[in-house]
Write a protein that binds this ligand. Structure first.
Ligand SMILES: NC(=O)c1ccc[n+]([C@@H]2O[C@H](COP(=O)([O-])OP(=O)(O)OC[C@H]3O[C@@H](n4cnc5c(N)ncnc54)[C@H](OP(=O)(O)O)[C@@H]3O)[C@@H](O)[C@H]2O)c1
Length: 320
């Protein structure tokens, strides 16, 4: 199958490397890539991981028209305020008859119901396994392995940067020193406020709730408080009581709606939500038929995000 990629940065290149590695068993080809500043590249025979870029296509629509691909990957940066321009990129690809896979949580957090409906009407697939837990099956778990199960709620620890910052502050370092540590690890968002104020967790919670609970919310509707008010002294006090703190995202059905909340929660040290360190993340689902069940990933990185895209690609290819 022929793949076109809109946004070719860290995730796009990790995905291209994964395809090279699996080429003999999975004959997918990247035939076109498009970036904001580096230009566009096309080759129907398949592009190398580091393609020679020509001038950028003037619009994403023109890029996709030239790409002659069956599947589009949307891998541009997150816009936490509106999900754009990624939502428009996805609509454009669907209108051109392409299945769409994204690692960008914006479109799922802001427009998943509408995009699903547009894809369904066109007989196409819209997938996003890489958006929330770096490729760990969450959406595909619910879709493929939990038929008939109603998701009543969830609790998740999704944000790596705040885990690194809280761990640093528990060792007596300041918030800024914690941010510097997260930057050294290469995990902080360009603007760390996005992590610290809980926006990243709110976007992931909204994306998840929209898909697995049909919540129809945006990240702005998440009752959100971050870790900005915590100090090393406050953390030391909490630790002295045998407890710890983590930024937890929760969803719950209440009075016909889905309520979402992101908070720095004080947890028992043996609470499963307190067990994740660094980039590791965890999700516990509350269900009607399967009780509570969960997934976690230990120290995921770009290769796991790339795998999330790959798993969607294989799933779509098998369904055709
Ligand atoms: N990195 C991770 O570990 C991770 C994990 C899960 C999900 N994600 C999500 O995956 C997406 C990609 O992340 P990344 O780390 O690969 O980002 P990145 O390295 O910053 O790359 C972004 C790419 O998008 C291009 N781009 C930006 N605006 C564009 C526009 N309007 N039209 C076309 N191309 C545009 C950039 O072009 P230039 O190259 O010309 O600047 C660049 O090629 C993000 O939504 C991110 O939240 C990332």
């Amino acid at each position: 199958m022929r793949v076109a990629i809109i946004g070719y940065g860290n995730v796009g290149r990790a995905f291209a490397r994964l395809l090279e590695q699996k080429r003999s068993a999975y004959p997918f080809r990247i035939v076109a890539v498009h970036t904001a500043r580096h230009g566009s590249a096309y080759d129907l025979k398949g592009l190398p991981v580091e393609p020679a870029f020509g001038p950028a296509a003037p619009t994403v629509d023109e890029f996709l028209a030239n790409a002659r691909a069956e599947i589009a990957l949307e891998l541009t940066p997150l816009n936490p305020e509106s999900g754009e321009p990624a939502i428009t990129h996805i609509r454009t690809a669907l209108q051109r008859g392409m299945h769409v896979i994204t690692a960008n949580k914006g479109p799922v957090a802001f427009a998943s119901a509408a995009l699903h409906e547009e894809a369904r009407r066109a007989g196409l697939e819209f997938r996003y396994e890489a958006t929330t837990m770096d490729g760990t099956p969450v959406y595909n778990l619910v879709r493929n392995n939990l038929p008939g199960v109603k998701i009543e709620g969830f609790a998740g620890v999704f944000n790596s940067t705040t885990k690194v910052i809280l761990a640093a502050m528990s060792r007596g370092l300041t918030l800024d020193e914690g941010i510097a540590e997260a930057r050294t690890l290469g995990i902080a968002e360009a603007d760390p406020v996005f992590d610290i104020d809980g926006w990243d967790s709110a976007c992931k919670a909204a994306a998840l709730a929209n898909v697995i609970m049909d919540a129809r919310v945006t990240p702005q509707q998440v009752d959100r408080r971050g870790i900005g008010k915590l100090t090393p002294e406050k953390l030391a006090e909490i630790q002295a009581t045998g407890k710890t703190v983590a930024l937890v995202a929760r969803a719950k059905r209440a009075a016909g709606a889905v309520k979402l909340r992101v908070r720095a929660e004080v947890l028992d040290k043996d609470d499963i939500l307190a067990s994740m360190r660094g980039t590791s993340n965890l999700l516990v689902l509350e269900t009607d038929l399967m009780g509570k069940l969960g997934v976690f990933t230990l120290k995921p990185g770009l290769d796991q995000t790339a795998y999330g895209l790959f798993s969607d690609l294989v799933d779509i290819a098998r369904s055709l």
